[in-house]
Design a protein around this ligand. Structure first.
Ligand code: ZN
Length: 438
C-alpha cells in the first residue's frame, strides 16, 4: 500500500518546503510534489502532517544496543522513539571479527530490531583479531573499533592503523591514553573528573592521527570531549589526514558541574569537561571539524526505580541516549539558537550516512531514498521523565528537562514504528543496512 504524507513542511533540497510525499509500497520516496488534495482514486494511507516538520531520521553510528543490560529490541525501540531510524551497533569486545561472527550477529539483529541497523567491526583487543577483518568489507561493514582503555600495545595500534589503510575500513578509536589517567578519589565529588584529565584524550588523538597520516589510513575519533582535541582534528583536516570525528549531546549540553548534582548518572568515559570545552565543540560542529553527533548509548545495568541512587564509585558507567539525542539537539537548534536546521540535519543524518556508505538509501529526503522520517512538532512542551518503558531512561541525566520540540511519528522505510505515544513495529521490522560496495 502506498502512503501519502500531506501538509507537512518537508526538509528537502536543503530547505523546508510545503510539499507532499508519496511513499511507495516498498517504503521508498516515490514522489515529492506540490501540496494538494489527494487524488480521488488514491487508495493508500493518508497522513496529515499539518503543523509538523518532516526531517530525515537520525543515523547513530555509535550505540551499544546489544551489550550489558541493553538489547537489540529495547535499544531500537528507544531509537524509534527518539527519531533514530538507523543504528550502527557497537559490539562487545571481539564480537565481530570475521565473516562468521558478523553473520551471527546480523541474524540476531534481524530477528530483534525495530529500526534498521548496521554493525561495527571489533572490538579489537588482540593481534589475531585483525586477521580476518577484510572479510567484513564485502558484508557491508564500514568501520572497526579499538578501545584504548584496554591498554593495547602501541604495536597493536600501529597494526590496526595499517589494516585500516589496507582494507579501507575506517578505524574508529576510543582515544584516551591510559598512562595519563589517575586514581579516583571517590570522596571528592569531582574526583572522577580529576582522574580523567583531557590530556589523556589529547595525547591519544595526537598519536593516532599521526599514525593514520603516516599510513594513509582513514581514522575516526570517538566521542570528542575536549576542546583541545577539536583543535588537533582541525589541524589534521587542514593537513589532509583522512580524519573524521563525532561527539555526543552530553559533551555539548552538560559539563563537569553535573557531577555535583547528577553524580552517578554522568559516570562515563570520556568524562564531562568544562563549559569552555562544550563551546569549542559547538563551534567545531558548526564549522565541520566534527562530522556528526552520536549517542554512545550504553546501559550498564537496569536502574532500580524507587531504590536509592548508587554511590558514585558503584555507578554503572555509560549514558542512555537514544531516546533523547535528537530531541535535545532539535531543541538546542530550534529554541536555543545553535547551528541552524541545515547543519543539524547534516550532522544527525546526511554525514553519518556518508561515513557508513549508506547514503545511496539513507540520510536525505529525496526521490528514491528510503522513507526514514521523523515528524517533529516544533512548538510544544514536554518534560523528560523517568519513563522507564523502552530504554530504561531513568539513568538519564536529563530527567526533568523541559523540551519544546516533540517527535510525533517515526517512519522506517515507510512504516510508522513510533506514533508519538507507542511503538507500533513488531520485532524484526528492522533490516540490516550495509555499506554500498563500490
Ligand atoms: Zn561507546
Amino acid at each position: 500500500m502506498k502512503t501519502l504524507v500531506r501538509n507537512g513542511q518537508v526538509w528537502t533540497e536543503n530547505e523546508l518546503r510545503n510539499v507532499d510525499l508519496l511513499i511507495s509500497s516498498l517504503g521508498k520516496i516515490e514522489a515529492i510534489q506540490d501540496s494538494g488534495d489527494a487524488p480521488q482514486d488514491f487508495r493508500g494511507e493518508i497522513i496529515d502532517a499539518d503543523g509538523l516538520l518532516i526531517l530525515p531520521g537520525a543515523i547513530d553510528i555509535h550505540a551499544h544496543i546489544q551489550d550489558a543490560a541493553e538489547t537489540f529490541y529495547g535499544g531500537t525501540c528507544a531509537a524509534a522513539r527518539g527519531g533514530v531510524t538507523t543504528v550502527i551497533d557497537m559490539p562487545p569486545f571481539q564480537t565481530v571479527i570475521n565473516h562468521k561472527t558478523l553473520m551471527k550477529r546480523k541474524a540476531w539483529g534481524e530477528q530483534e530490531c525495530v529500526t534498521d541497523f548496521g554493525l561495527t567491526g571489533g572490538i579489537v583487543i588482540d593481534f589475531s583479531d585483525l586477521d580476518h577483518l577484510d572479510e567484513l568489507v564485502a558484508a557491508g561493514v564500514a568501520q572497526f573499533k579499538i578501545f584504548m582503555l584496554m591498554n593495547p600495545p602501541v604495536k597493536l595500534l600501529w597494526e590496526a592503523v595499517k589494516k585500516a589503510a589496507e582494507t579501507g575500513l575506517r578505524l574508529t578509536v576510543h582515544m584516551e591514553e591510559p598512562v595519563c589517567l589517575g586514581e579516583v578519589n571517590w570522596d571528592d565529588p569531582l574526583g572522577f573528573v580529576k582522574a580523567n584529565p583531557p590530556a589523556a584524550e589529547n595525547v591519544a588523538v595526537a598519536q593516532l592521527l599521526e599514525m593514520a597520516r603516516a599510513a594513509g589510513a582513514p581514522i575516526h575519533v570517538c566521542h570528542v570531549s575536549s576542546g583541545r582535541t577539536a583543535e588537533l582534528i582541525d589541524s589534521h583536516k587542514a593537513w589532509g589526514t583522512s580524519v573524521t570525528a563525532e561527539t555526543a549531546p552530553q559533551y555539548l549540553l552538560l559539563n563537569e558541574e553535573a557531577y555535583l548534582e547528577q553524580g552517578d548518572r554522568v559516570i562515563a568515559t570520556p568524562v564531562l569537561r568544562k563549559r569552555e570545552d562544550s563551546e569549542m565543540l559547538w563551534q567545531a560542529l558548526q564549522d565541520g571539524t566534527i562530522d556528526c553527533v552520536i549517542t554512545d548509548h550504553f546501559l550498564g545495568a537496569l536502574p532500580n526505580p524507587g531504590k536509592p541512587r548508587p554511590a558514585l564509585k558503584d555507578a554503572e558507567p555509560g549514558i542512555a541516549g537514544l531516546e533523547t539525542a535528537y530531541p535535545l539537539m532539535l531543541d538546542a537548534v530550534l529554541h536555543g539558537g545553535r547551528l541552524g536546521l541545515s547543519r543539524l540535519v547534516e550532522i544527525m543524518a546526511a554525514r553519518p550516512a556518508q561515513l557508513m556508505k549508506i547514503d545511496d538509501r539513507k540520510g536525505r529526503i529525496a526521490v528514491g531514498m528510503d522513507a526514514d522520517l521523523v515528524f517533529i512538532d516544533p512548538d510544544t512542551s514536554w518534560k523528560i521523565a523517568d519513563l522507564g518503558e523502552n530504554s530504561r531512561i531513568s539513568t538519564l541525566p536529563y530527567e526533568g528537562w523541559v523540551l519544546h520540540t516533540y517527535n510525533r511519528r517515526t517512519m522506517v522505510r515507510g512504516k510508522t514504528v513510533w506514533d508519538g505515544e507507542k511503538i507500533l513495529a513488531e520485532r524484526g521490522w528492522g533490516r540490516y543496512c550495509g555499506a554500498k560496495i563500490i
